[in-house]
Each structure stands twice: as C-alpha cells, then as structure tokens.
Write a protein of this length. Sequence first.
Length: 151
Amino acid sequence: MDFPPNPDTFYPIVWNIVRQIPSGVVSTYGQIASMIPPPSGVEPTDYERLGPRWVGKAMNAVSGKDDPTVPWQRVINSQGGISLPAGSAAALEQHARLLREGLTFDKRERIDLNIAGWDGPDEDWLRENDLFPPRPLKKPPKKESGQLSLF
DNA sequence: CGTTTGACTACGC
DNA sequence: CGCGTAGCCAAAC
C-alpha cells in the first residue's frame, strides 16, 4: 500500500495537524505521521514505513486544492530539506516562503531541525482530536538533561 | 498494457 | 557526511 486506505478521512487529519504548525518552525512527514493512529487494517509496522509517504500525498493534494489555510511549506523531510524536485517552481516557492518566515538554510540547503524543529501541537488539542504525541525532532542534547539554568 | 515514479525513512557502507 | 537500497503499490506515462 503506497496509498492511504481512505484518503478522504486521512488527508483532512493531516491538514488539520499542519494547520497547527506555527510560523518560524518546521515539521517533517514522519513527525506528522507519528501523531496519526494507523488506519484500520494497517499494521503498525507497515504504517511506520508508509505513513510519511501518505503525508506527502496529502501535501500534494493541498497544492491541487490551493488551500491557503494549510501551511504546506512547513513540512519538510527528515533531513531538514525540501523534498519537492530541486529547481521546480513549487520547490522554489517553498524555499522562499520559509525564508520569509525567518528560517535559515545551511550551505547544503537544509534547515537545522534541532533549532527549528516543531515540538508538536498543544497536548489539549491532541487529546481533543484523538492523536498521539509527536515523535521528537530534536535530538537529546547529549547528556546533561535539559539545560543548566545558569547561563 | 508494461514501466516508471513517487512532497519518505531508516539503515548500511 | 553522502550515496544507495529496501519496502510497495496506485497512478501517471
């Protein structure tokens, strides 16, 4: 299955989550997928592999509808890069929008998820929508839990 | 009607 | 750090 069992229900969930992403940060296909329960009939192990691609499908469907309420530009791949074909009009548009939102790309054209990675929606919102907590995008800061309050 | 192709990721070198 | 590969199947060609 490289396609959601039921796009009509799966896509809207994805779009609702994407609508929660604030300007200035970014999420990933995998993180979005991690919040959505596997559709009935789909094994969790399969979903882990297929979910991210389905999220990509949902994003593709947005551009078709040209829905201005879905900030699709804030969803990038797990490496912090734009997944649209390099040089394509859509890719350039996404790049421009992200720059406009204050995000910065390194010389490899990638965003540092440790800095700009999204922490997910409010917990209340997640509960109201029966969604799971997102998989963290930021890697643990080595040891020293959290950070010393001292500066 | 057979082939190619994905808005992905994790993993191995 | 970068490049290649598997997993997998509906659509587009």
